[in-house]
Design a protein around this ligand. Structure first.
Ligand code: PLP
Ligand code: TYF
Length: 400
């Protein structure tokens, strides 16, 4: 019966880790998946997470089902973190928040909503974008097309291309935007550019759809990393936001995130929320409680909340320090005169090196540096002591 089933291709990002595991070379480096490592290149569980888990044991929390929309204390906390606790849209109850299965599940739930209520609309996604975006919209049967984003000549933002593609799309399209720390390029619009993007989206009656997977992890500040979303909200726009706590709390495997829909009235928000719940129920019924409690416990306790901010700043700072060291090593060692300063301008967990597929293959085959074939490296998987080796690998791969 299953003879007709064909082999599915591996995930281009998660598949890299499997190839890495199979490599026995002692110099090997896994810069594929975006997951934070310590300077010793070990996974890291935040201290605040352990403390929040202890609180659960002390309180004797049970494992009863959550409501379909998730844990109330989490939903409140997540909307406040995103928008700022005193944002008028929260007081006016114009935000429909539903707990999701991390960023991916939240995007998928929002996509199902778009498919049901806006069957004629398409979603615009950046070129390039996180690979899973296309899969998510394909499986939800939401049509999508790309807007220009990355300019290989400058290894920077193709802002004019982006604006003209958003203008050229049919009125009322959804525009998927990375809230901060664009994946895979690490290139974000400036605050002036965000204003212009918001102008064009408003002119065209488009609906912004923010993917916020790195709040607090890019700059080290929760507020700064949410400024793009808050700008759009302050203009009175209706919008979607998918949030993830995989990176900023290191809760990758707990699958905790949320969908927030900012609506024009509290009535509309109540109706939207009821429909999100209706979509969730036949898919997974109700979300897991553990990660939601961790977030709620951390945000709900002033001491834990401030400790979280310090740990997040520390993680963001470690990534910035390897970024700087890599730039210095490349600049010193590369005798070709190439300008490597684009690496310093990129933000977040990743650097887009500009290496093409053949060069990326050379990185892996000759140097045992595992990375995605689009030239992206995860700086979160790099230590200061490995920067020099990586610089040698990059220079060799560029010039061969
Ligand atoms: N969106 C972007 C842009 C990402 O980089 C990621 C991965 O971190 C996600 C969404 C979702 O990840 P998760 O489902 O682990 O929250
Ligand atoms: O881009 C990354 O590396 C992270 C992690 O299917 C990730 O966003 C990668 C692939 C995937 C889910 C998460």
């Amino acid at each position: 019966r299953f003879e007709g089933v064909t082999m599915a291709p591996p995930d281009p990002i998660l598949g890299v880790s499997e190839a890495f595991k199979a490599d026995t070379n002692s110099m090997k480096l896994n810069l594929g998946v975006g997951a934070y490592r310590t300077e010793e290149l070990q996974p890291y569980v935040l201290n605040v997470v352990k403390k929040a888990e202890n609180l659960m044991l002390e309180r004797g929390d049970n494992k009863e089902y959550l409501p379909i929309e998730g844990l109330a204390a989490f939903n409140r906390a997540t909307a406040e973190l995103l928008l700022g606790a005193d944002n008028p849209v929260i007081k006016q109850e114009r935000v429909a928040t539903v707990q999701g299965l991390s960023g991916t599940g939240s995007l998928r739930l929002a996509a199902a909503f778009i498919q049901r209520y806006f069957p004629d609309a398409k979603v615009l996604i950046s070129s390039p974008t996180w690979g899973n975006h296309k899969n998510i919209f394909n499986d939800a049967r939401v049509p999508w097309s790309e807007y220009r984003y990355y300019d290989p000549k400058t290894v920077g933002l193709d802002f004019d291309g982006m604006i003209s593609d958003i203008k050229a799309a049919p009125n009322g399209s959804f525009v998927l935007l990375h809230g901060c720390a664009h994946n895979p390029t690490g290139i974000d619009p400036t605050s002036e550019q965000w204003e212009i993007i918001a102008d064009v989206i408003q002119e065209k009656n488009h609906i912004p759809f923010f993917d916020v997977a790195y709040q607090g992890f890019a700059s080290g500040s929760l507020d700064e990393d949410a400024s793009s979303v808050r700008l759009f909200v302050s203009r009175g726009m209706e919008l979607f936001v998918a949030q993830s706590y995989s990176k900023n709390l290191g809760l990758y495997a707990e699958r905790i995130g949320a969908v927030n829909v900012i609506c024009s009235s509290s009535d509309a928000a109540a109706r939207v929320k009821s429909q999100l719940k209706r979509l969730a129920r036949p898919m997974y019924s109700n979300p897991p409680v553990h990660g939601a409690r961790i977030v709620a416990n951390v945000v709900g306790d002033p001491a834990l909340f401030s400790e979280w901010k310090s740990e997040m700043e520390f993680m963001a700072g470690r990534i910035k320090s390897v970024r700087k060291r890599l730039f210095e090593n490349l600049s010193q060692k590369d005798k070709s005169g190439k300008d490597w300063s684009f690496i310093l301008k990129q933000i977040g967990m990743f650097s887009f090196t500009g290496l093409n597929k053949a060069q990326s293959d050379n990185m892996t085959n000759k140097w045992h540096v595992y990375m995605t074939k689009d030239g992206r490296i995860s700086l979160a998987g790099l230590s200061l002591s490995k920067c020099e080796y990586l610089a040698d690998a990059i220079i060799d791969s560029y010039h061969n």
